[in-house]
Design a protein around this ligand. Structure first.
Ligand SMILES: [Fe+2]
Length: 456
């Protein structure tokens, strides 16, 4: 064998051996799924959730779970005024078998609800009922431009703090004008019944009253060489059942003069390209004054410039050309960036990374971001009013305003981005664990960033 061939063979052998060792060491992280404990499902309707439907901003859906076999099930719905009798809307049911148990899931689509009305509803399965819940429809014409606001929460994934329910309820209490709520994935720690119970605890008393939208995160997936999302995710959030494209959990909601898009970013590249084509096509079909996109993985990572390259490759240019606001999660920190024009002027989209979890990740401090935050939980209030989209970020623990950006679109002018948070100091709180090298490096990065920006 020639010497050159021997060298090539040696390099190849080393690469294969290295890859083998890496697979062995990281196998559990890449492809390991915690086992699901056996469970049974209560016969009374529970885990009731109100969300949007697939027929515009006046449609709603309700989903619930009851027992492990199908029974006659329906939704009782009535105008809260009590003047009319309740109507019974038949439910569609499906039994889902997970790794360690079975549950019957139900959902009902409610269409053509009346603007400005309040409704009461309860889920009924096999003559057993959930409690009565209520919801309000927005007043005015939701097909035309009009003021509205919603709340966004990045990762909740609250297996350690058990505080999410309080934080989400307090956020809603602070902003009672909220019309719906959006979660940016990783709402559930892992796809097991016990963690789903925890998720429903996190959103209890909110998700039965405020329409609740969720995009997928990596934690909702089962980890295999080709990742797999269980059908119980779509059965819980049934708007996906009619909107998914192939196996991609995508969804689009028109609301006044905005279009909201949910993407499924925890996928392999070919799936991301299918979603990109869907997004491009929808944005062309339904031009809107405001395009808001929600996905779990940040297009521009706050953790490392080399993270999420596939998501950036698939969606980056479509978002940069068409989106006004991109709401993201996954990195358990706060970071906000905008694009910039030739004279350095800030331009949309606004890319926001946020989370509402007790778990905090170490980030880098790339110059491309305008603002960072660590050490607490956050949420966003998005308001569209007249020619302005306002994003306000709050500290979820204190309700203090942490970030504020307005995107103004005049009739003929280019969009103008106004940073209204220049007077609000960035807060970067972190206590390194003694002897932890990565913590020490992060603490040094924070100190360096603070020094550069003249922060305390
Ligand atoms: Fe994540």
């Amino acid at each position: 064998m020639k010497r050159k061939n021997k060298i090539s063979l040696s390099i190849l052998s080393l690469l294969v051996a290295g890859l083998g060792i890496l697979c062995y060491v990281r196998w559990g992280v890449w492809f390991g799924n915690p086992p699901e404990a056996p469970y049974t499902t209560a016969p009374t309707p529970h885990r009731v959730l109100l969300t949007f439907g697939n027929d515009g901003p006046l449609s709603r859906m309700v989903s619930w779970q009851a027992d492990s076999v199908l029974h006659t099930s329906y939704l009782e719905l009535m105008d809260a005024s009590g003047h009319d009798e309740a109507v019974c809307l038949p439910a569609e049911g499906e039994v889902f078998a997970s790794r360690s148990g079975k549950t019957a899931f139900y959902h009902v689509a409610i269409e053509k609800l009346q603007p400005g009305h309040q409704y009461r509803y309860r889920a009924v399965t096999n003559e057993q009922s959930s409690p009565w819940y209520h919801f309000s429809m927005p007043s005015g014409d939701v097909d035309k431009p009009g003021r509205f606001s919603f709340l966004y929460f990045g990762d909740v994934q609250d297996s350690i703090g058990g505080i999410s329910n309080r934080l989400v309820r307090e956020a809603w209490k602070a902003h009672p004008e909220t019309e719906f709520v959006v979660f940016g994935g990783d709402l559930c720690e892992r796809p097991t019944d016990a963690f789903w119970a925890e998720t429903f605890h996190s959103i209890d008393s909110i998700a039965q009253t405020l329409p609740t939208l969720v995009c997928t995160g990596n934690h909702e997936y089962l980890k295999y060489p080709i990742r797999k999302l269980e059908r119980r995710f779509s059965l819980t959030f049934p708007y996906f059942l009619r909107s998914m494209v192939g196996e991609n959990q995508v969804y689009n909601l028109p609301y006044h003069d905005a279009q909201l898009y949910l993407l499924d970013s925890n996928r392999e590249l070919p799936f991301l390209y299918t979603q990109r084509n869907w997004l491009e096509q929808k944005m062309k079909e339904k031009p809107a004054r405001w395009n808001i996109v929600v996905l779990h993985h940040p297009i521009y990572s706050a953790k490392s410039g080399s993270n999420n390259l596939m998501q950036r490759l698939a969606f980056g240019d479509v978002l940069n050309d068409n989106a006004d606001l991109v709401l993201q999660g996954h990195e358990h920190a706060y970071a906000r960036m905008t694009q910039h024009g030739p004279k350095g002027e800030a331009r949309p989209p606004i890319f926001t990374v946020s989370h509402c979890s007790p778990k905090h990740y170490r980030i880098e401090f790339s110059d491309r971001f305008d603002r960072f935050g660590t050490g607490t939980q956050y949420y966003q209030q998005i308001t569209i009013h007249g020619d302005t989209l306002s994003m306000r970020t709050y500290d979820a623990q204190t309700q203090q305003l942490y970030d504020a950006v307005d995107l103004v679109k005049g009739e003929h002018d280019h969009p103008t981005l106004i940073d209204r948070a220049r007077h609000i100091p960035e807060r970067l709180e972190f206590t390194p664990r003694p002897g932890n090298k990565k913590d020490a490096q992060f603490a040094a990065r924070i100190a360096d960033y603070k020094r550069k920006k003249g922060l305390q």
